[in-house]
Design a protein around this ligand. Structure first.
Ligand SMILES: Cc1cc2nc3c(=O)[nH]c(=O)nc-3n(C[C@H](O)[C@H](O)[C@H](O)COP(=O)(O)OP(=O)(O)OC[C@H]3O[C@@H](n4cnc5c(N)ncnc54)[C@H](O)[C@@H]3O)c2cc1C
Length: 523
């Protein structure tokens, strides 16, 4: 007799749900997916995708407006709001069907309806044709989130909007007042400013993107100010009044922002009510999220939670990865320590101009936890590709450990010998002759580049060759190229100048030996 497949019921068909469904089905589970609105996910298809589609249209407009800088005659782009609506509807339709087809192909049973737990191993689905009860060995709840609406405001979908009502809005706002300066808020500011609307942004703290690197936030604020965005910093919205076609947003410090539209971008709340979690004994925290462990299991081992509902990073990519891991775990394939999800390593992007992307530990966080770090910054103004695209705003900032662990030893300082090969942090970003300055943490300068000093490609110096640990002599050095000559008219430092062997780079004493112990980050 064959082994009975694991019955796996998933409530919510967003990135977490459909990834878990397809992965588990591939591994042999009998999967049922319950979705009430749109396969692919409400937040995914109604927020994330339309927002990015509109931002792409705004980016194209901004690019056209910069055309004179590209050596083109002045071009004009006009917004076609109906065209944008059609474009978004087509993208949503196509994605929804491709997700649904994929699930179908993999033998996943999809039920259109609203699911809830009726016990530790039962899910009840309210469908158009009545109630259906499903038994399951494993259950995943991933019902996502919805826009948070404060008690001082009632969105009307016309002039006072939530994020879901603004992709796209009924008419192009003449003057949009955006409330909230987190990731969603700043993406809206960028989008409407690109379309030519006037924009005011209510920033409750002293910087936009309060949880991000202050220098990154400052670069974005500069861009906003250059585009005429009115920033109301340190103001918390406490009320919205509508008079005809005008809206007034009142702030706690007495300031007001007047516009034609107001948009709430003050976060999301999880969809955990009415899910029957209590009937299965699943704990929910005060914010409505389901706390999970490294396998995304709730306090009830066979009930998993993922995506926005799990209270981890609210990103579509993270939700999808959680879904895949859960499928592995349900099928007994994911138990090793090294395969646990590490949310610190999730890459994140903010679709503004300049675009912002980050991965890993932020400078302030590393500093706060007492890590020894090195900060390397390279401005795009020194990058050929950025100049070619006529957009040299922004910079790359790399926060790396002070000591690097390579090939069984600890190296101090930057791996300079790799600079020419472009495989060091920032190496491929630097044009010849530009050398990023490593600044102590918390240094006040935004970016300093020493253009006078030429980058020096060093080689190991005579007398400093070490014996390898096993006692054998180290391999002979590779043959040296003859020093390249400078051609008249060529940039001053390409090919890179070389130092004479044995000559110290500066009068400074040699750096101290690195510590022998592996630091925590290298374990
Ligand atoms: C404006 C905005 C822009 C964003 N942009 C990005 C971005 O650029 N990149 C990115 O990675 N992330 C982005 N996100 C975040 C991303 O959309 C979410 O993190 C992601 O969609 C979460 O996936 P999920 O599977 O948890 O939930 P969802 O995508 O919300 O899916 C949950 C699904 O569950 C269904 N459901 C709910 N309750 C029930 C029930 N009782 N029964 C049956 N079905 C139910 C819902 O209909 C929904 O389809 C953005 C979010 C917002 C608000």
């Amino acid at each position: 007799m064959g082994v009975k497949p694991v019955r796996f019921v998933i409530v919510g068909g967003g990135p977490a749900g459909h990834q878990a469904a397809t992965s588990a089905a591939r591994l042999g589970a009998e999967v049922t997916l319950v979705e009430r609105d749109v396969v692919g996910g409400a937040a995914h298809l109604w927020d994330c995708i339309p927002s990015k589609a509109m931002i792409a249209s705004g980016g194209a407009m901004a690019f056209v407006h910069r055309s004179s800088g590209m050596g083109l005659g002045s071009l004009r782009a006009e917004l076609d709001l109906d065209g944008i609506k059609r474009r978004i509807a087509e993208i949503e339709h196509r994605l929804h069907h491709s997700f649904a087809d994929l699930l179908d192909d993999q033998g996943v049973r999809t039920i259109a309806g609203t699911g809830r737990l009726a016990g530790p191993h039962q899910v009840v689905v309210d469908t158009a044709g009545g109630e259906e009860e499903l038994d399951a060995e494993a259950i995943l709840v991933c019902t996502g989130s919805r826009p948070r609406i404060p008690e001082w405001c009632t969105p009307d979908g016309d002039r006072v909007l939530t994020t879901r009502q603004a992709y796209p809005p009924p008419v192009l706002p003449e003057h949009m007042v955006v409330i909230g300066s987190g990731v969603t808020g700043v993406e809206f500011v960028h989008m409407f400013a690109s379309f030519g609307s006037r924009v005011s942004l209510i920033v409750s703290r002293q910087q936009v993107l309060p949880n991000k690197d202050p220098e990154v936030a400052a670069a974005l604020e500069d861009d906003f100010l250059r585009r005429g965005v009115n920033l109301l910093k340190g103001a918390r919205a406490v009320g919205i009044d509508r008079h005809g076609d005008a809206v007034t947003v009142r702030c706690d410090d007495g300031r007001v922002a007047r516009g034609s539209h107001a948009l709430l971008a003050i976060g999301v709340i999880p969809n955990s009510e009415g899910l029957g979690l209590e009937t299965a004994g699943v704990e929910v925290d005060r914010g409505g999220y389901v706390p999970v462990n490294q396998h995304c299991q709730s306090n009830v081992a066979h009930v998993y939670a993922a995506g926005d509902l799990s209270g981890k990073l609210p990103l579509s990519s993270v939700a999808a990865m959680q879904g895949r891991k859960i499928a592995d775990h349900v099928m007994g394939q994911h138990s090793r320590q090294h395969r646990h999800l590490d949310y610190d390593k999730a890459a994140q992007a903010i679709f503004t101009e300049p675009e912002i992307a980050e991965v890993g530990v932020a400078e302030a966080e590393a500093f706060a936890t007492g890590r020894k770090i090195r900060v390397t910054k390279v401005p795009f103004s020194a990058n050929a590709k950025a100049l070619i695209n006529d957009d040299a705003r922004g910079f790359v900032k790399i926060v790396s450990p002070r000591y690097r662990h390579r090939a069984g030893r600890l190296d101090r300082g930057p791996p300079r010998r790799r600079a020419d090969r472009g495989d060091r942090p920032g190496g491929d970003l630097q044009p010849p002759g530009v050398r990023p300055v490593r600044e102590p943490v918390g240094a006040p300068h935004p970016v300093r580049i020493d253009l006078r000093r030429r980058r020096v490609a060093t080689r190991s110096r005579p007398g400093r060759r070490r014996r390898s640990r096993c006692g054998r002599p180290p391999p002979a050095p590779r043959s040296r190229c003859p020093p390249a000559r400078r051609r008249p008219g060529s940039p001053s430092s390409w090919p890179p100048a070389r130092t004479r062997p044995g000559r110290p780079r500066s009068g400074r004493p040699p750096p101290p030996s690195p510590p022998r112990l592996s630091p925590a980050w290298a374990r």
